[in-house]
Write a protein that binds this ligand. Structure first.
Ligand SMILES: NC(=O)C1=CN([C@@H]2O[C@H](COP(=O)(O)OP(=O)(O)OC[C@H]3O[C@@H](n4cnc5c(N)ncnc54)[C@H](OP(=O)(O)O)[C@@H]3O)[C@@H](O)[C@H]2O)C=CC1
Ligand SMILES: O=C(CO)COP(=O)(O)O
Length: 342
């Protein structure tokens, strides 16, 4: 039995509590400083999570942000980052006050960062920030893969991958969190896993735009009936670009064909928030208008990632090798209509 603290009571942080509890761990879900109302709501409704629309197990302890530091003063075996990518610095600020060396951190967050004009993974960003705060010995694993949060909360069979350069760490975590419905593979390619899990969000927006991109001269009903040819072509081209991108930035090509790449691209393109944004972009909406009109308070990690890494990628990579990526980066960063140079 391990004491697991999950920070961020959004959909994924909360759903991740389910397999952790199933394994008899003691799990505390702590909201961010902006989630006090959400935490009150969950606690006063028998752990019913409003975004997941499911009652989380009664064994789950749910706490407001004000309790976080006192929780850290006690024994903590594993810290889980359940915030979205824009919350990573905030997350580090919270854990740095009481971080004990080599306490395992599990990173659920999918994203990348730019530091000193270099593209880095979020695990490297966390390590760098913690080091600046005096913590040199840090142990981070990432869990990535196809996992829509509500599906996990409902115990739908799900496969993910735990990555750490030290494979022994992944094996330890696997035993602590896997269940018969939450199976975990392991990988030592942390960089490749994080790169794949992040950029699939950009490509799932592109695949989500398939209908609108299929044939602009065709009537809408024909587009929505026959767009799958276009999707398939976009999936094929996305995977090719992902392999080249991941290899360029230091990950392994074979990682892209696994759960964190191809697997997650499928889930996100078929049922994710990124592909929904892509649908609006394909219909001709500008990113800012679509976000404001249809997805104001909804996390769209692919767009956050494009804004974070876009200028660097446009500088680093050859547009001829990455026509899809370049189209989406220009669409989001310059708030322009989505167009693909096929
Ligand atoms: N590893 C996996 O298997 C999976 C990972 N994910 C990833 O998990 C992350 C969270 O996704 P999900 O739970 O679906 O998203 P939600 O929008 O449901 O939750 C986002 C969480 O991040 C917090 N957050 C957002 N902005 C900030 C900020 N600026 N500072 C501090 N906290 C912030 C939110 O708190 P607040 O109310 O304060 O904004 C909330 O707790 C994403 O990176 C997503 O890609 C998603 C699915 C599967
Ligand atoms: O990462 C996810 C599933 O694995 C969630 O995808 P979306 O962010 O596109 O909803």
């Amino acid at each position: 039995m391990k004491k697991i603290i999950i920070i961020g009571a959004g959909a994924m942080g909360s759903a991740f509590a389910v397999p952790c509890l199933e394994n008899q761990n003691e799990v505390t879900l702590v909201g961010t400083h902006l989630e006090d109302d959400l935490i009150n709501n969950i606690k006063s409704n028998n752990n019913l999570h409003p975004a997941l629309n499911i009652e989380l197990p009664s064994k789950l302890k749910v706490e407001k942000f004000e309790k976080l530091q006192s929780i850290f003063e006690g024994e903590v075996d594993i810290i889980v980052a359940g915030v979205s990518s824009v919350g990573i610095e905030w997350f580090v600020n919270q854990i740095s006050k009481n971080y004990k060396k080599n306490t395992p951190i599990i990173l659920l967050t999918k994203g990348l960062a730019i530091e000193d004009n270099e593209l880095i993974t979020l695990s490297d960003k966390i390590k760098k920030l913690l080091k600046e705060k005096g913590h040199g010995e840090v142990n981070i694993s990432a869990i990535k893969g196809p996992c829509l949060a509500a599906g996990l909360a409902y115990k739908m069979r799900t496969g993910t991958v735990i990555a750490n350069p030290d494979i022994k760490e992944t094996e330890k975590l696997k035993k602590i969190i896997s269940t018969n419905y939450y199976s975990t593979e392991v990988s030592d390619d942390l960089t490749g896993i994080e790169l794949s899990g992040a950029i699939k969000n950009i490509y799932s927006m592109l695949i989500g735009a398939s209908e609108g991109l299929s044939n602009s001269n065709a009537p809408k009903e024909i587009q929505s009936k026959y767009y799958l040819n276009t999707s398939a072509s976009l999936i094929h081209r996305s995977i090719s670009e992902m392999v080249e991108f991941v290899s360029f930035y230091g990950g392994r090509a074979d990682t892209v064909y696994g759960l964190a790449g191809l697997g997650d691209l499928y889930v996100s393109a078929i049922g994710g928030r990124n592909s929904l944004m892509g649908k609006y972009l394909g219909e001709g909406y500008l990113y800012k208008d679509a976000k404001e009109k249809f997805m104001k308070n909804i996390t769209v990690e692919g767009a956050q990632l494009a804004l974070e890494i876009g200028p660097k990628i446009l500088q680093d990579l050859n547009s001829k090798h990455f026509p899809l990526m370049f189209s989406m980066l220009n669409t989001i960063c310059e708030n322009k209509k989505l167009e693909i140079q096929w």
